[in-house]
Ligand binder design. Structure first.
Ligand code: DGJ
Length: 743
């Protein structure tokens, strides 16, 4: 997959469908040559000299490369852009040298093709084996000082993906300040790209936003300590004309839950540059002699066949190489959560009743949410005092009761937080991360713990272990309900305050790591006031993240649609609530395309609703493997049409689950759902019209769902391969009534 042509000094990273080329130019700079559809035969140095480096020679009006020319970096495509030299674009790295200079420029020093995959040490990373991917390490050296920069490129054999990260090593005798270091830079000639980013707020957790890539720098970022509501650390870059099925598309995503930044834009020569990095606002790291700094990994997933293929690549990558192996491809139990029905108002009997009621509906797991510790009867106290409030609930009894009733048991925690009104704050105020000179913004009456301090990490882990060692808990919901503001760490001292954001998330990862190492069998779900921290970093630890506190189906469809583009459906916690904006059936169908559960009081359900739950729970049980492991296709986008329509197809193409939702009522229009991803030559039965057609019929003509469609009408149906004998029988009149029984 990785080759180095020593004569031409060209690196080639290629798999069956994707190629990435760069070279070392005569002055030692890494010149980006190409990223895109697999190239079989091209004289790359011609591309390099005549085209990509063309602008570099303009200064001397030279057409031919010659070592004596004046090299200007303007408009050149690089792998690692410099700072305060002739390249005015955003740089790859900025170092404040010991003499105060910030000029930063790195040149080729050495390279290796590694037999073992290497990952950043203290950060989440892909779990890659050498048979599935290869890694290239290119080491660069600062033009002046003994400072080295390792660039890692891992290319996958069967996925059009390159994962990159970088490591800066200070081998000089002096301390330096690292002011910025990218995980990835992608330079390209202008292909009329546009950017799709994801922004949101609690309740509208993720919405897509499309922006043209132009000569103004566009920044997608978070600077509040990893509350990815504002913007999400995954973006999509596509050719303007590309759509779900055609055209060049990249998905770029950071494995990072802290402050991040993507910068995208064109320069004055129309050269495109994308940078992905830990946000360099409020970031300055001291790197002493002999020390190093590693960035998070960053994914670049490529598709020459539109957004759907890029999405499928991301889904496969995350399921195969990122999620904890134990749960990655496993269907999750249908759960019921105490939060929406009871909030803080529960006791032993209430939870036992919830278990009994839920059991009759085929639910397999009960989760006791916030409120069972300290004196926490509202959100104003006790975070940090993790011991169980035995006066409120007999936790052991409830857990035994759940297990006896064949249900798993889950518990809520919010380990990274501290309430000012808590025993922990009384004894250890220094554990809180806030600046004593400013009045802290007490979001949800709470402060964030100083996880830059290893003592705090150990303390909280010991408190959690007391509970998780003692009780037989099967599932843990790990919440994070505020962002970081007015932060200051007593532990880090004056010199290192600009390291807090990154050190905080390193501390959080350390805590999560300890937890998953000690409790590998516990199914972990992370959460942040809903889906406020939905990123690949968290998915390394928790195979699912609570999608949103918004369970209103109209909004949910939009949130799930946006999330699905980047993250596998099995990672998105999706529950049915008591919201009466749609029928029980409609709500279940929408939630069925995530990790499925309920947040309602079953004792308040009507008999009709219970019947619906029972029958749909069965369909979910029987077909959820397609959602968990299949290929996802967008059929219609709610950003462009009146429909949110998608489907999941099993990898063997034998079964598919199709979803369709229309926002506005339609009285007159002719509508067909055209399916994707089926085998064109095989027969399929569909449970919407109970007919059997060939795959090419479904994909080219489609299923007629014409009006009338009432507002917010949801459709869920199964498409199943059948052989031609079954097809003849099924299409016979006599079998008409029996068809439904196939499901
Ligand atoms: C925010 C979460 O999103 C909710 O589901 C719930 O767990 C509350 N926190 C509890 O405080």
């Amino acid at each position: 997959m990785i080759k180095f042509d020593a004569k031409r000094k060209i690196f080639e990273l290629s798999n069956k469908e994707y190629s990435y080329y760069f070279s070392i130019n005569k002055l030692g700079y890494l010149i980006h040559l190409y990223s895109g559809k697999k190239l079989n035969d091209i004289t790359l140095e011609r591309v390099n000299e005549r085209y990509i480096e063309r602008y570099a020679y303009l200064e001397n009006n030279k057409e031919v490369c010659d070592e004596s020319y004046y090299f200007s970096e303007q408009g050149c495509l690089f792998e690692c852009g410099s700072y305060l030299k002739s390249d005015a674009r955003r740089p790859f790295v900025i170092i404040k040298h010991s003499n105060g200079s910030e000029i930063t420029s790195f040149k080729y020093y050495s390279h290796q093709i590694l037999s073992l995959n290497v990952s950043p040490k203290d950060l989440p990373h892909f779990r890659v084996s050498s048979s599935d991917a290869e890694t290239l390490l290119v080491t660069l050296k600062d033009e002046v000082d003994e400072i080295y920069l390792d660039l890692y490129y891992t290319i996958f054999k069967d996925l059009n993906v390159i994962v990159r990260f970088s490591k800066l090593k200070n081998l000089s005798t002096k301390e330096i300040k690292l002011k910025r270091l990218c995980s990835l830079e992608l330079d390209s000639v202008n292909k009329d790209f546009e950017l799709i980013s994801v922004h949101g707020q609690r309740g509208d957790d993720r919405e897509l936003e499309k922006i043209p890539v132009n000569h103004n720098l566009t920044v997608v970022n978070d600077n509040h300590g990893g509350r990815g509501f504002r913007q999400n650390p995954s973006i999509l870059i596509k050719e303007k004309d590309a759509n779900y099925d055609f055209g060049e598309v990249y998905i770029c995503s950071l494995l990072y839950s802290g402050n991040f930044k993507f910068e995208v834009g064109l320069d004055e020569y129309d050269s495109f540059r994308l940078n992905a990095l830990i946000n360099d606002d409020c970031f300055e790291f001291s790197i002493k002699s002999g020390e190093s700094f590693e960035t998070p990994e960053c994914v670049l997933a490529y598709s020459s066949e539109g957004i759907n293929k890029a999405t499928q690549t991301m889904h496969d990558l995350v399921r195969d190489y990122l999620l904890p192996k134990e749960f990655a491809k496993k269907e999750r139990p249908i759960l019921i959560n105490s939060w929406e029905p009871f909030l803080f108002n529960f006791d032993t009997e209430k939870i036992k009743n919830l278990i009994l009621e839920a059991k009759t509906l085929g639910i397999k797991e009960v989760v006791l949410d916030d409120g069972r510790f300290g004196k926490r009867n509202n959100d104003q106290s006790s975070l940090g005092d993790w011991d169980v409030n035995l006066d409120k609930i007999n936790l052991g009894e409830v857990i035994d009761f759940a297990h006896k009733n064949d249900m798993l048991f889950g518990l809520w925690v919010e380990p990274e937080m501290i309430s000012p009104d808590s025993e922990l704050f009384k004894t250890h105020p220094e554990y809180a991360l806030y600046d004593r000179n400013y009045k802290p913004t007490l979001l949800r009456h709470q402060l964030v713990l100083d996880l830059t301090n290893p003592e705090v990490v150990d303390y909280i882990f010991a408190k959690l272990s007391n509970i998780f060692d003692k009780y037989k808990i099967d599932y843990c919901k790990w919440d994070f309900n505020r962002y970081l503001s007015e932060i200051s760490s007593l532990y880090l001292g004056d010199e290192k305050q600009s390291e807090i954001f990154h050190r905080f998330i390193l501390g959080a990862y350390k805590l999560l790591n300890k937890f998953v190492e000690r409790y590998p069998k516990i199914l972990l779900e992370t959460c942040a006031s809903g889906g406020g921290r939905f990123d690949l970093g968290m998915l390394y630890f928790s195979p699912q993240i609570w999608g949103s506190d918004e369970t209103n189906p109209f909004s949910r469809v939009m949130i799930q649609f946006a999330t699905n583009i980047f993250y596998p459906l099995s990672t998105i916690g999706a529950h049915v609530s008591a919201s009466n904006s749609l029928s029980m059936q409609d709500k279940i169908i929408i939630a069925a395309f995530g990790t499925f559960g309920y947040e309602l009081d079953p004792s308040k359900l009507t008999d009709e609703e219970k019947k619906t739950i029972l029958s749909l729970n069965k369909i979910i049980k029987d077909y959820h493997h397609i959602v968990t492991r299949g290929d996802y296709y967008v059929l219609k986008s709610p950003y462009e049409t009146n429909f949110a329509s998608w489907m999941c197809v099993s990898k063997d193409k034998k079964e598919a689950l199709v979803f369709n939702f229309n926002f506005k009522r339609e009285q007159t229009k002719a509508r067909f759902i055209r399916l994707k991803g089926l085998d064109p030559d095989k027969y399929y039965f569909n449970s919407l019209t109970n007919d059997v057609y060939k795959g090419d019929f479904y994909m080219n003509i489609g299923i007629n769902i014409s009006a009338p469609l009432k507002e917010g009408m949801t459709m869920l149906f199964v498409v199943k391969q059948v052989n031609s004998i079954v097809k003849t029988v099924l299409n016979s009149k006599a079998q008409k009534e029996k068809r439904e029984k196939l499901l």
